[in-house]
Design a protein around this ligand. Structure first.
Ligand code: ADP
Length: 570
């Protein structure tokens, strides 16, 4: 490990040496000491060189060092070199025998083979160290032995001290070994985790690159940390001939939902996400005609808990060009058919009215004509809904209007139906609520909300209408205590032709278009309509209108929320 190498540079480089060099280096301290001993004797007691045991001892030391350097230890059985410190004991014992009791201090040389053996993995190293030391202690006594304190101390103390050194070195070496093992295990674990995290990262990249939705991840400072291939393709399309895709959407050619209004950089999804805003289905057009494509953008915040999961945002871009084209084709078809049906139906209604005005009609014929007239009227309403639901057919004429009066009129016309079902209408809007609104269209919205509240409530329940003004907005609320909806149904109530499963099962008449038209009308006013509901408890629709007139909207603008955001009062 580099850290270990930094702490023990010598140890690290020692282990990198060849086996023979290492054996020589281990033997060298003892050999060097022997040279010093020989030099001292040469100066102080040259007669020592005349002793054959001393000569043999010096010769064998030299031979052993040479053997350390020559023997190919790596080719011999593992750890054969451990024979060298064992032989060192024999050589020191020979030296002790040669120099005699007068130089018993030379027994200190035993420290070298004792330490070498103690750090080795030889099984009986402590026993060998003890036996070798005992041998070296006994050798000088061979000259003459007496049972006195000096002899006894020499005999006992030297092996005991060497035994203690051997045990201590052994313990220290063991603990260093276990530390090294732990470090090596940790290193292996870190390497394994790193490899696993690299694998996960590659998998993540492969997955995000394989989806056909553009994805951009931002960190807490709004910097792009990840963008998939699809998003780069979108950026290239919106950036024209730029060399590198502009993932921050600073220079891209991006247009609003109408496809022609240039979208200021601050209103672009990546910039909004970087400013910690959430984006829900913002409709954008990327690039220029005829290659322009429509994308729906969504941004979600990630509230990071710790370093493993840092804060930031994820922005998704979905190509909705084909869906928009399909919707436009469907709208064209629906409005074409509706127009075709409305003309003859208007004529039928006119003739029915004329016929009903005839004074001499028998009572039963009048009753039959009235049924035909009612049904034709219903058919006309239905066709009007179809037409209104097709984009671009609604006309809104804004004027200062008292919404309280609109509510009052709607409550009055719903009163008969409510009474027939034994449902109470509680109108709590008892003061003026002036807003810039089209009273006829707002009446249409309230008629629909009230008729739904009555339709989807059991007999004996109450429908409450409330209204108030807050922060430059007029707010109307229609609340019932009826059947209610679960979350899945609630989220789809503004979808075309949607009818909840309970509404379909109960056989209550409906087309699933009323709320689509209501939403369209409210959004053309620059307002919003929301619903909250609980199954079995009731439903509340809340309409919020800006008190001042909103910016005029293009007929084919698909993103009402953006318009509301930009209105001066919002
Ligand atoms: P319609 O009532 O003609 O079916 P709408 O667009 O007005 O169409 O409503 C769509 C669906 O929303 C209804 O079919 C019904 O399932 C559900 N819904 C609307 N208003 C309520 C309400 N007040 N309580 C329960 N469900 C409702």
């Amino acid at each position: 490990m580099p850290q270990q190498a930094a702490q023990l540079p010598f140890a690290a480089s020692f282990h990198n040496l060849g086996l023979r060099t290492r054996v020589v280096l281990c033997q060298l301290p003892l050999f060097s000491c022997m040279l010093v001993v020989a030099a001292v004797f040469a100066l102080a007691e040259p007669a020592m060189f005349g002793k054959p045991w001393f000569q043999l001892c010096l010769l064998l030391h030299g031979v052993l060092l040479a053997a350390c350097a020559i023997v190919p230890w790596e080719r011999l059985p593992v750890r054969s070199f451990q024979i060298v410190p064992v032989l060192d004991f024999a050589l020191i014992a020979l030296l002790m025998h040669a120099v005699g009791q007068a130089y018993s201090g030379l027994a200190l040389l035993l420290v070298f083979p004792v330490i070498w053996l103690s750090v080795s993995v030889l099984k009986s190293r402590i026993l060998i160290s003890f036996a070798g030391s005992l041998l070296a202690a006994v050798m000088p006594l061979l000259e003459g032995w007496a049972l006195d304190a000096g002899h006894l101390l020499r005999l006992v103390l030297l092996p005991a001290v060497m035994l203690a050194i051997s045990i201590s070195v052994h313990i220290v070496a063991n603990s260093m070994d276990s530390q090294r093992d732990q470090i090596a295990a940790k290193e292996a674990e870190v390497r394994r985790l790193l490899a696993a995290s690299r694998e996960r990262e590659q998998l993540l990249h492969a997955v995000v690159d394989s989806i056909d939705v553009g994805l951009v991840a931002l960190d807490a400072d709004g910097r792009v940390t990840l963008a998939n291939r699809q998003q780069e393709a979108f950026a290239v399309r919106a950036g024209g001939k730029e060399a590198a895709p502009d993932l921050q959407q600073e220079r891209q050619r991006i247009y609003d939902g109408d496809g022609v209004t240039f979208l200021p950089p601050a209103d672009r999804p990546v910039r909004r996400a970087a400013a910690k805003q959430e984006v829900a289905g913002q409709l954008l057009w990327l690039g220029e005609e005829p290659q322009q494509i429509a994308v729906s953008a969504t941004a979600r915040k990630i509230d990071g808990q710790d370093e493993d999961c840092p804060s930031g945002s994820v922005v998704l871009f979905k190509d909705v060009t084909d869906q928009l084209a399909e919707l436009a084709a469907k709208d064209d078809f629906m409005s074409g058919i509706s127009h075709e049906l409305r003309t003859p139906l208007t004529s039928i209604l006119a003739y029915l009215d004329l016929a009903l005005e005839h004074p001499d009609l028998p009572a039963d014929v009048t009753a039959q004509l009235e049924v035909a007239d009612r049904n034709a009227e219903r058919l006309l309403t239905l066709i009007s809904d179809f037409l209104s639901a097709s984009a671009g057919t609604l006309e809104i004429r804004l004027e200062p209007a008292d919404l309280a009066a609109v509510v009052h009129a709607s409550v009055q016309s719903a009163a008969a139906t409510a009474a027939a079902k034994d449902i109470a209408l509680d109108n709590q809007v008892d003061h003026e609520l002036v807003s810039a609104a089209d009273p006829a269209r707002m009446g249409q919205v309230l008629d629909n909300l009230l008729s739904n509240a009555i339709k989807y409530s059991p007999a004996g329940s109450t429908v409450t209408i409330r209204g108030w003004q807050h922060a430059g907005h007029s707010i109307l609320e229609v609340a019932d205590t009826g059947y209610g909806m679960d979350d899945a149904d609630r989220l789809r109530v503004f979808d075309r032709f949607f009818r909840s499963s309970s509404a379909r099962r109960s056989g209550i008449h409906g087309t699933g278009l009323g709320l689509v038209v209501a939403k369209e009308i409210i959004e053309r006013h620059g307002g919003t309509i929301d619903v909250s509901s609980a199954l079995g408890e009731g439903t509340t629709f809340t309409v919020t209108l800006p008190a001042a007139a909103p910016q005029p909207r293009a007929a084919n603008d698909g993103d009402a929320r953006v318009q509301v955001d930009r209105s001066p009062s919002a």
